[in-house]
Design a binder for this molecule. Structure first.
Ligand code: OGA
Ligand code: MN
Length: 281
């Protein structure tokens, strides 16, 4: 039977993020509530829902409304199911995600959506930040936006793997069985559903702009990486157990603060995405 709810939405900042109250995520949402969550995600880039108790199977069913759920982005089989989702402790790998990124932008088809549910948290620390890449793009000087619209950049898994120390080598070996180690993506990606433009270069993975000399590319990227970190475009979320964050990797980037040294256990499911397209198609 469909679940009847009265959803409420509270924005966190003008640029990014909203809290949704009055919704229990699961595979039995009525179409109106589902549409509410889908619209909120498109409008605000990341949405938060507190006290979410649904089973992994049921969250998986919920995500099927957005596309094809996967256990994770890079290392899984081609037929993941909810039974493959294992509780994941970020403690050993926390430095790999402590850099602004959009999930797995080094893939040809990066995941479009990520869902994270906090299961067990450090007493303090382990917040996550999200930043709107549409707001960051819109804030740039118009001639600079026009220039960026025509550029492409190289995203490489080598950069994040290098940050993960001994874990990086294990991940890289598994990854290389399935994927090329780098991809070229547009510097500005057009969101396939909203049509809005967003910056799509990340400090985590983007190491070169195609066609620019190394020093031109390095300095342009450094400027963009500094730009997107502005508090004007971002929020910081202090997690509670059973919080769910659902975000759109096509319009936001995120940064996980590594300021903790006890387990931080989550469930994580992603939704398969398409190859990003630039303004020129
Ligand atoms: C991720 C990630 C954020 C966090 O799951 O993709 O970057 O809060 N994690 O740990
Ligand atoms: Mn991430």
């Amino acid at each position: 039977m469909a679940t009847r709810t009265t959803p409420a939405l509270n924005r966190l900042t003008p640029a990014v993020g909203a809290v949704i109250d009055g919704v229990q995520l699961g595979d039995d949402l009525d179409s109106e509530t589902l549409g509410f969550v889908q619209k909120a995600l498109l409008d605000h880039g990341v949405v938060f829902l507190r006290n979410q108790q649904a089973s992994v199977e049921s969250l998986w069913g919920f995500l099927e409304n957005f596309g094809t759920p996967w256990k994770e982005d890079s290392f899984g089989s081609d037929d993941d199911g909810p039974e493959d989702v294992a509780d994941f402790d970020f403690l050993p790998t926390r430095h790999g995600t402590a850099i602004w990124h959009s999930d797995s932008s080094f893939l040809a088809e990066p995941p479009k959506i990520t869902l994270l549910r906090a299961l067990s948290l450090p007493e303090i620390g382990g917040d996550t930040c999200w930043a709107s890449m549409t707001a960051a793009y819109d804030a740039l000087y118009a001639p600079l936006r026009a220039m960026l619209d025509d550029l492409t950049a190289v995203h490489s898994i080598d950069v994040p793997m290098g940050r993960m120390g001994e874990y990086g080598d294990v991940f890289r070996a598994n990854f290389e069985e399935r994927h090329a180690s780098q991809q070229v993506h547009p510097v500005v990606a057009v969101h396939p559903e909203t049509g809005r433009k967003a910056l799509y270069v990340t400090e985590s993975c983007t190491n070169r702009i195609v066609g620019l000399s190394p020093h031109e590319g390095r300095h342009l990227l450094a400027m963009l990486f500094e730009h997107i970190k502005s508090p004007d475009f971002n929020l910081r979320w202090r997690w509670s157990e059973n919080d769910i964050a659902l975000w759109d990797n096509r319009s936001v980037q995120h940064y996980a603060v590594p300021d903790y040294d006890s387990p931080r256990v989550v469930q994580r499911i992603i939704v398969a995405g398409e190859r990003p397209k630039g303004p020129g198609g």
